[in-house]
Design a protein around this ligand. Structure first.
Ligand code: ACM
Ligand code: ZN
Length: 736
C-alpha cells in the first residue's frame, strides 16, 4: 500500500494518478550536476530510512533530477511519480530540494527513524507542481534566555526544512547571555556568556526567587560554521541577530565601558527590558564593527539582524556624551539618536555588501535607508515601512509568537502569557489589509518567534514550536485557495506520525475538548467540540470522570441549574484527551443584557460582551481566554439589566492582577443601582495576588446594576510598564 498523499505545506497543484512506483535497491538515481547534492541527500535519506540503496547504473526504474528553466520561481518544482520514473524538475537546487521534501512525505513515516522493514516500498503515482507564496519563510530561536546544544539546533533546522521553511533567525545575544564566540573580545566568552543564576517561576510571581545556579554557554565559531553548512545543505539561510543598542546587558557586563555609566553590571538573571544599553561612543561603534566583522565572516546570509527593539532611553537622557552627540548631529531627541545609531551601523554593514533587518522600533526617529523591518508589535510597523517602500517581514505577537500559550488548559506548562492557538496561526494572512497591491510587494513573508524565557530545555522548545510551525509553513508557502483548516488538521494528524518517529515533543490539542456556553432564547447551553472531528466526546454531569461508556455528546447540553460537566475524547478503545471540566454557575444575571460605556480591547474580548454573564468563570492563569474581558488603561462602566426588578443578595466578580504583565486590579469599584439611592464605593487594597476577588453583600430590589471600575492609574517607577496606565481585566459578574 502506498502512503496516501497528505503533503504539508499544501502544494499549489496535485493530481493523484492510478498506479505506484516501486522503490527498491534496483531503482536508479540520475541527476544533472547542479542537483547532485540534492540527489545525494535523497539517496542517503532513503538509505538511512530503509536500507534501500539507490544505484547510479542501468536499473529497473529511475529517479531523474532534471533542470527546467521554464520553472520561473527558483524555489518552485515539478514532482511527477509514474510507474517507471520519478521526475524532479526545477530551475535551481532549491526547487529540487523542495521536490525531495514532498517525495519524503510520500514515503512511510518509519523512514524517519530508520524502522522501515522491507526491501521495497510503493509510492503513489502523482503529479505535483508547486511554488511558494512568500520568499521569506522563517523561524526564530532565542538562545540567549536559554542555551540549546548544537544537535538540537540541527534538529530544529532539519524539522524546518521538511516544511520548506527557508530562514533560521538565530537570536544570539541577549541581556541574559552572549552566545557567539568573538575571538577579538574574549570576555564575551568568559563573562557575557554566563549568568550567576536564573529566575524561578513566572516573572509576575512576587517576590522574585532565583535558583542559585550558574548558567550559560556559547557556540564556538567552528560549531557555527558547521551549523551554517548543515542549514545550507537544507536550503536554509541562517540570519544571525546581534542586538543593539538594547538587550545588551550581557555584553556590558564584559565591557562596561561601552555603556553610558561605565559602572560594572552583571549578566541579567531575570527577564524583561533593561536600562543599561550601549552608549553611542566611538569605542562602542568600534566594538560592534569588530564583532560584526567576525559575524559576517561566519554567515553567508545577505542579511544581518541588528535587533533595535526595546531600548529604553533612560541612560541616554542622563548621559553627557549622548546629549552632546544629539546636539552635534542636530538630532531631535533620543529616538533620533537611536535612528543615528542604527543608520550608522547600517552604513557599515552595507559597506560589506550586506543588508540589515531590525525590529519595528527602528522606525522610531526615522528608518535607516535600506533597512528591512520585522514587524512584531502588531502589523503597524509593517504597514508604515511598506508604505515607505521598505521590505518587511511579518511576525506580529498576535499570530507569530510561539512563546504564548496554545491552549487554555490549566495544566499547560508555564509560558510567558498570551494565547495563540493553532487555528489562529493558520488563519494568519501576512499581507496587512491596509496595503495596496503595489505596497504588498514589500512583504517578504512571515516568521514564527520562539522566545525562550520559559523554555529551559529543547523538549519544551519543541512543545511550543510544534505544531504551530507546521501551520505557519502553510501560511507562508501555500496559496490561499489551497488553505483549509479542516483539511489541514487531517493532514496534521497524519504528519504527527512523522514527528513521533523523529522524537519531537509536539503539543497535541487536536483531541482536547473545548467548551463554550451559549445563550439562546433565554436558555443556557454548553457546546462541546474537539478541534479534530475524528474522535467521540463523552461526558458526565454527576461529577464522575467520563469513561468509554459515558453519554456520547451529540447536541449542546441544556443547563438548567449550576452543574459541573466533565468530558473527554475517545476513540473506539480508549480516552485520547485529558479531562475537560467546566463548572457552569447559574445566577440571576446569566443571559441578561450587559452594556459597557467603553468597549473591551479587541485583543481581549474573545468571548464577547456576554462573557461576563454566561455562567462561566475565566481561567485562574490565562487572561487571554474567552471569559476574561480586558480594557486598556481606561475606567469602565458596566450596566446589567436584569429585565425586571428582583431581589438580589450579592454581587461578586474577579479582577486580574498580573502586574508583571501590566495588568492591575482597579483601585476602586463603585456599585450603584439606577432608580435606587444605593451607592457603594469600594476601595481595593493593592494586592500581591494574581487574582483579586470582590464580593459585595447587599439586599436590594432592583432591575439595574451598575459597576464603575476605576483604573489603577499610572504604574509606578521600577515596575514593568512604569509610566503607563495598566490593563484592567474583569471576569464573570455573579449576581445572586
Ligand atoms: C521582541 O519581541 N522584543 C522583538
Ligand atoms: Zn551615553
Amino acid at each position: 500500500m502506498a502512503v496516501n498523499p497528505a503533503i504539508i505545506p499544501a502544494p499549489s497543484f496535485q493530481q493523484i494518478n492510478d498506479g505506484v512506483f516501486e522503490l527498491s535497491s534496483s531503482t536508479g538515481v540520475f541527476s544533472e550536476s547542479e542537483f547532485t547534492q540534492v540527489a545525494e541527500f535523497l539517496t542517503s535519506y532513503i538509505k538511512y530510512g530503509s536500507n534501500i540503496q539507490l544505484k547510479s547504473e542501468e536499473s529497473k526504474n529511475v529517479i531523474n533530477f532534471k533542470k527546467d528553466t521554464s520553472i520561473t520561481n527558483p524555489e518552485g518544482y515539478l514532482l511527477e511519480v509514474t510507474s517507471n520514473e520519478i521526475t524532479v524538475a526545477a530551475s535551481s537546487a532549491k526547487g529540487a530540494f523542495y521536490a525531495v521534501q514532498s517525495l519524503r512525505q510520500l514515503l512511510p513515516a518509519s523512514f524517519e527513524n530508520s524502522t522501515f522493514k522491507g526491501s521495497s516500498v510503493s509510492i503513489q503515482n502523482i503529479k505535483i507542481t508547486d511554488a511558494p507564496q512568500f520568499k521569506y519563510r522563517g523561524m526564530h530561536l532565542d538562545v540567549g534566555r536559554h542555551f540549546f546544544p548544537v544537535d538540537f539546533i540541527k534538529k530544529y533546522i532539519d524539522l524546518m526544512s521538511m516544511l520548506k521553511m527557508n530562514t533560521f533567525h538565530w537570536h544570539l545575544t541577549e541581556d541574559q547571555g552572549w552566545r557567539i564566540e568573538i575571538k577579538k573580545y574574549p570576555k564575551l566568552q568568559e563573562i557575557a556568556a554566563f549568568r550567576k543564576e536564573t529566575l524561578i517561576g513566572h516573572y509576575s510571581d512576587q517576590p522574585h526567587q532565583f535558583d542559585g545556579k550558574r548558567y550559560g554557554g556559547f557556540y564556538t565559531q567552528e560549531q557555527i560554521k558547521d551549523i551554517v553548512k548543515y542549514a545550507s545543505e537544507r536550503q536554509i539561510d541562517v540570519i544571525p541577530e546581534i542586538e543593539m543598542p538594547g538587550h545588551s546587558q550581557a555584553a556590558l557586563s564584559a565591557y562596561p565601558e561601552l555603556g553610558c555609566t561605565g559602572k560594572p553590571i552583571d549578566v541579567a538573571t531575570k527577564w524583561g527590558v533593561f536600562e543599561d544599553i550601549y552608549c553611542p561612543k566611538e569605542s562602542t561603534f568600534k566594538f560592534l564593527e569588530d564583532v560584526l566583522d567576525e559575524v559576517m565572516a561566519l554567515f553567508p546570509s545577505k542579511y544581518i539582524h541588528i535587533g533595535g527593539d526595546e531600548a529604553p532611553k533612560t541612560r541616554w537622557k542622563n548621559c553627557a556624551h549622548c546629549q552632546a552627540l544629539i546636539k552635534k548631529e542636530g538630532l531631535k531627541d533620543e529616538h533620533g539618536l537611536q535612528s543615528y545609531f542604527i543608520t550608522r551601523m547600517e552604513k557599515y554593514i552595507n559597506s560589506k555588501g550586506k543588508q540589515i533587518i531590525g525590529w519595528d522600533e527602528i522606525l522610531e526617529g526615522g528608518l535607516a535607508p535600506n533597512a528591512t523591518v520585522m514587524s512584531w508589535r502588531g502589523t503597524a510597523g509593517a504597514v508604515t515601512a511598506a508604505k515607505q517602500q521598505h521590505d518587511v517581514i511579518l511576525t506580529p505577537g498576535s499570530h507569530c509568537y510561539f512563546d504564548h500559550y496554545q491552549s487554555t488548559k490549566e495544566d499547560e506548562p508555564l509560558a510567558i502569557g498570551g494565547f495563540l492557538p493553532l487555528e489562529k496561526v493558520y488563519s494568519f494572512n501576512p499581507i496587512p489589509k491596509e496595503l495596496t497591491k503595489e505596497e504588498a510587494k514589500y512583504v517578504l513573508g512571515a516568521q514564527g518567534n520562539v522566545w525562550t524565557e520559559y523554555m529551559n530545555n529543547s523538549k519544551q522548545v519543541e512543545y511550543m514550536a510544534f505544531p504551530r510551525m507546521i501551520a505557519l509553513s502553510e501560511v507562508v508557502w501555500s496559496k490561499n485557495q489551497n488553505k483549509n483548516y479542516e483539511n489541514f488538521k487531517t493532514r496534521l494528524e497524519f504528519y504527527q506520525q512523522r514527528l513521533d518517529a523523529r522524537d519531537v515533543n509536539y503539543a497535541n490539542h487536536l483531541y482536547e475538548v473545548l467548551g463554550k456556553s451559549e445563550i439562546k432564547e433565554g436558555g443556557l447551553y454548553l457546546n462541546l467540540k474537539t478541534s479534530s472531528n475524528s474522535k467521540t466526546i463523552r461526558y458526565t454531569t454527576d461529577g464522575t470522570i467520563p469513561n468509554i461508556n459515558s453519554t456520547i455528546y451529540k447536541a449542546p447540553i441544556v443547563i438548567k441549574k449550576s452543574v459541573t460537566v466533565n468530558a473527554a475524547s475517545f476513540d473506539s478503545e480508549k480516552q485520547v484527551s485529558s479531562v475537560f471540566t467546566e463548572t457552569v454557575k447559574m445566577h440571576k444575571a446569566v443571559g441578561k443584557k450587559i452594556t459597557f460605556d467603553v468597549p473591551p480591547s479587541e485583543k481581549y474580548n474573545a468571548g464577547g460582551n456576554s462573557a461576563l454573564i454566561n455562567g462561566i468563570s475565566g481561567s485562574d492563569k490565562r487572561y487571554g481566554d474567552d471569559q476574561w474581558l480586558g480594557f486598556d488603561g481606561k475606567d469602565v462602566q458596566i450596566t446589567i439589566d436584569l429585565g425586571k426588578e428582583m431581589n438580589i443578595n450579592s454581587i461578586s466578580t474577579r479582577f486580574n492582577n498580573q502586574i508583571g504583565s501590566w495588568i492591575y486590579a482597579p483601585s476602586q469599584v463603585v456599585v450603584s443601582f439606577p432608580g435606587n439611592d444605593e451607592y457603594l464605593p469600594i476601595e481595593l487594597e493593592e494586592s500581591e495576588e494574581k487574582i483579586v476577588d470582590l464580593k459585595l453583600e447587599t439586599k436590594i430590589f432592583t432591575r439595574f446594576i451598575k459597576l464603575k471600575l476605576i483604573n489603577y492609574g499610572v504604574i509606578p517607577d521600577g515596575r514593568q510598564g512604569a509610566g503607563h496606565k495598566p490593563w484592567l481585566f474583569i471576569d464573570e459578574i455573579i449576581v445572586e
